[in-house]
Design a protein around this ligand. Structure first.
Ligand SMILES: *Cc1c(COP(=O)(O)O)cnc(C)c1O
Length: 397
């Protein structure tokens, strides 16, 4: 773990430069304060680390492989590695975070776990660890999303979670988040709010980044083993809220010679009005309890984002990413729906790996880059494509 000396680390109030903090209703203050006072002590304790590492290994299947692609590398003329987060239990990086937070919740003596979910991926990862620990699980999900994401709703129910529809507003992720917060205010004693990305009020962004940091921790020794050097030249990751990217970047943030590339979803095109390319379209504001960059109209109302990929369909980015963008430490690129689909078909054909549509956005910037033959590039393959099969089949030409 990095100590609090890096400028890319949240300060004691949860700020990355001007971004972050905890902008919360007064009624939530005790819940957030309890977590803030305890999270570092808990996750740095030997007891936590032992169980967290054990579950990552024997339950999730970590370390995930770092795979040097053959035909993809040949095509783009560079050494392209994939960090195989798609091989985690439940099919994506999200479980790294839910395992960590469920252990925090247990340590705090909480009996009831609530979560919000959009596409259902975080809901499934949360329901999974609640089943594992025998804890009650309530997942808030927009009514519209419940209809769109039936297989994930079925999974959550089979895992024993209660799925509560959010029926206000656009009946999607932001309304589910509001419902979760309302529930948390009403049940401060026994309930833990398990957030799914590096978003929300401090300490969530910092805590989730630390729990996903295992990705770059492994990358360091795996690269050393395979290339003789810990550092690649370039790391590419997609950004919805930013948790898989935060994990892939974490241990390289201070190594300024490592190029970090964050890829946002451009939907039908950055300026088409149907996009989720937050850094290009957004402005500074407060979203879900943190000061960050978000897509908003002239009155400060959140603009509905769009991406074919449900995991990237988010109107903001976490405060760390807002800071990486503003400070230019990370380079922000984007990929449209079509570019991501093409990249997914390409990886499948060249390597026999069907990526999640989110992860395909990261792959989709390879043709836009000027790569050299000795360049070592790591693409964080955040998840597998099983959940996107219908979309892939519908769009095959
Ligand atoms: C949820 C999800 C994402 C986006 O979330 P981040 O917090 O930005 O990582 C990316 N890839 C997959 C496979 C996901 O399930």
């Amino acid at each position: 773990m990095l100590e609090n000396k890096s400028k890319y680390q949240a300060d004691e109030h949860g700020y990355y430069g001007q971004f972050g903090g905890a902008f919360i209703p007064e009624l939530l203050y005790p819940n957030v304060k309890e977590l803030e006072d305890n999270y570092l002590k808990i996750i740095n304790s030997e007891e936590f680390q032992e169980e967290y590492k054990y579950l990552l290994k024997d339950y999730c299947g970590r370390p995930t492989p770092l795979y040097l692609t053959r035909r993809l590398s040949q095509k783009y003329g560079a050494h392209i590695y994939l960090k195989r987060e798609d091989l985690n239990h439940t099919g994506a990086h999200k479980v790294n975070n839910t395992i960590g937070q469920i252990l925090v919740a247990k340590k705090l003596g909480k009996k009831r776990i609530i979560a919000e979910t959009g596409a259902g991926q975080h809901g499934v990862a949360t329901a999974t660890v609640c089943a594992l620990m025998g804890l009650e699980c309530i997942v808030f999900m927009g009514e519209v999303d419940i209809k769109r994401q039936a297989p994930n709703v079925a999974r959550m129910k089979m895992l024993g979670a209660k799925v509560v529809p959010a029926t206000c507003g656009s009946k999607t992720l932001k309304d589910a988040t509001n419902e979760a917060i309302r529930d948390w205010i009403g049940n401060p004693e026994d309930t833990y709010y398990l957030i799914g990305s590096v978003v929300g009020p401090h300490p969530y962004p910092d805590m989730v980044a630390r729990l996903q940091a295992v990705i770059s921790e492994e990358m360091k020794w795996q690269l050393k083993e395979q290339t003789g050097k810990e550092n690649p030249d370039t790391i590419i990751a997609c950004v919805g809220g930013g948790s898989n990217a935060a994990g892939a970047f974490y241990h390289y943030l201070d190594d300024e010679d490592v190029e970090l590339i964050a890829v946002e979803a451009a939907g039908l095109g950055v300026h088409s009005g149907e996009s989720a390319a937050t850094s290009q379209l957004g402005e500074v504001g407060v979203l879900h309890g943190a000061k960050t960059i978000l897509m908003q109209d002239e009155f400060g109302q959140v603009v509905e984002p769009y991406s074919l990929s449900a995991g990237l369909d988010y109107p903001g980015v976490g405060p760390l990413h807002a800071f990486l963008f503003e400070s230019t430490r990370a380079k922000f690129m984007n990929a449209t729906d079509q570019e991501a689909l093409d990249a997914a078909y390409e990886l499948t054909k060249l390597e026999g790996i069907i990526p999640a549509l989110e992860s395909a956005h990261a792959l989709a910037v390879l043709p836009k880059m000027k790569l050299s033959k000795d360049q070592v590039v790591v693409v964080n393959l955040s998840g597998r494509g099983d959940k996107d099969l219908e979309t892939y089949i519908a769009n095959l030409k």
